[in-house]
Design a protein around this ligand. Structure first.
Ligand SMILES: [Zn+2]
Length: 420
């Protein structure tokens, strides 16, 4: 079998296309395959799929293909153009690689698969590409995936903020809780950011939203109330964020008390920060004796801890009325404990209670969002610092968007023989 026949079989090249020549360069460890077409062809207009006579040829394109053994392999082709009476002069849908890409479909798919497993630097090294070319493949993959995405509003949405880089830059992320995907990423965490997501949909479409999990964050609340019909009953403040308010209060109590004790020359609370923040069942066995002896002392932080642990039970209830009843008792206790940070947290929770107890009906949290957040942290580390925000967003969509990222060759051939 000669080399042209071999590569025709490997690459699936059929008439009217044929391989004109194969150049093997030993010293550069590179193979160049030149593809041409027979005369007397008809060319398909990519817009209307009608075949017309050959108009002319676009300049030569060189597509990087999968290596042949250890040799980098390139395909050279001069794509024919068509002059459609309705759509004018058009480039054909190439069967070798996407228009605008310098990679064949097979090679580009390989780059995407590698990028799903590795960071962009490793992808570049493994595929023998520059950073920019690898990144370009990622961006095209995301563009492709997002344009193929079906236009629909998730029934259960999670909204969360994510800090990027150092400092206080934020992104708002919108999740489909059931699919476990990031649906939308927008700059900062203001009302307008979230509204940009909702604005893609009609009011009727948004009425299909059943529940929205979020932090007790006014701009998100305002955006959701402005766009989602019946939002009052649909917003659920994430229980972990709610608990975080109380946890912060417990930590403040510990800090204050520790300072006061230190002034008296006692370091009882030194190194105990997490003992008070962990849930009771998460305290490591080896620290339990220490924790039990601390609890036996008459400490303010111990009272704060008990109040915090108690609140966790509220989410067990299946009915709003029971949650409210439980909260009322807890609130009385929390506001009479003479611990200012706890009292303040209790009051914050009370003003937001209506959308804390909606949990009873919808039973959603941003826990999944937190899971995705862990993945995003990993993305940030993997990327060794993105060059800009738009890169960061692209990476989130690439890894967490649940998108169909891979390029596909055209279903219909772009050339055929006259009369075929
Ligand atoms: Zn046409």
């Amino acid at each position: 079998m000669d080399d042209k026949l071999l590569f025709s079989k490997i690459l699936g090249i059929r008439l009217p296309w044929f391989i004109q020549k194969v150049v093997v360069n030993d010293s550069e460890q590179r193979i160049d395959i030149y593809v041409d077409h027979e005369p007397g062809i008809r060319v398909r207009c990519p817009e209307c799929n009608e075949f017309y006579g050959l108009y002319d040829h676009a300049p030569e394109r060189v597509y990087r293909h999968l290596n042949t053994c250890q040799m980098e392999t390139y395909i050279h082709v001069r794509p024919p153009r068509v002059n459609c009476p309705r759509h004018g002069v058009k480039h054909i849908d190439s069967q070798f690689g996407e228009n605008g890409s310098e990679m064949t479909f097979a090679f580009e798919s390989f780059v995407i698969r590698v990028a799903q497993e590795c960071n962009i630097e490793a992808t570049s090294r493994l595929c023998g590409l520059s950073w920019d070319r690898s990144w370009n493949a990622l961006e095209r993959a995301v563009g492709r995936g997002r344009s193929r995405k079906v236009h629909r509003v998730p029934e259960r949405i999670g909204v969360d903020e994510k800090s990027i880089a150092r400092g206080h830059k934020y992104e708002s992320l919108v999740y489909d809780i059931d699919a476990g995907t990031v649906e939308f990423v927008c700059d900062d965490r203001g009302q307008k950011s979230l509204e940009a997501y909702y604005r893609q949909f009609t009011r009727e479409e948004l009425s299909g939203v059943k529940a929205v999990a979020m932090d007790m964050w006014d701009p998100y609340i305002a955006a959701t109330k402005a766009y989602v019909p019946g939002a009052n009953k649909k917003i659920v403040f994430d229980r972990f964020h709610v608990m975080r308010h109380v946890l912060d209060a417990v930590d403040k109590v510990r800090k204050n008390e520790h300072r006061q004790l230190c002034e008296l020359g006692e370091d009882t609370l030194k190194g105990t920060k997490y003992l008070w923040l962990w849930s009771q069942e998460n305290i490591p066995d080896w620290r339990r004796p220490e924790f039990d002896s601390l609890k036996a002392k008459d400490l303010k932080v111990c009272r704060a801890w008990a109040i915090k642990e108690n609140l966790r039970h509220m989410w067990i209830y299946c009915y709003e009325a029971n949650m409210r009843k439980y909260f009322k008792r807890w609130y009385f206790w929390a506001t009479h404990c003479r611990l200012e940070p706890i009292k303040k947290a209790a009051k914050t929770l009370k003003t937001h209670l209506d959308n804390i107890v909606t949990y009873a009906r919808h039973r959603i949290t941003n826990a999944l969002a937190e899971g995705i957040n862990t993945k995003i942290e990993k993305i940030k580390r993997m990327a060794c610092g993105f060059r800009n925000r738009s890169h960061y967003r692209t990476a989130i969509y690439f890894h967490c968007g649940g998108l169909d990222l891979f390029p596909r060759p055209p279903i219909q051939p772009s050339l055929k023989f006259k009369g075929a």
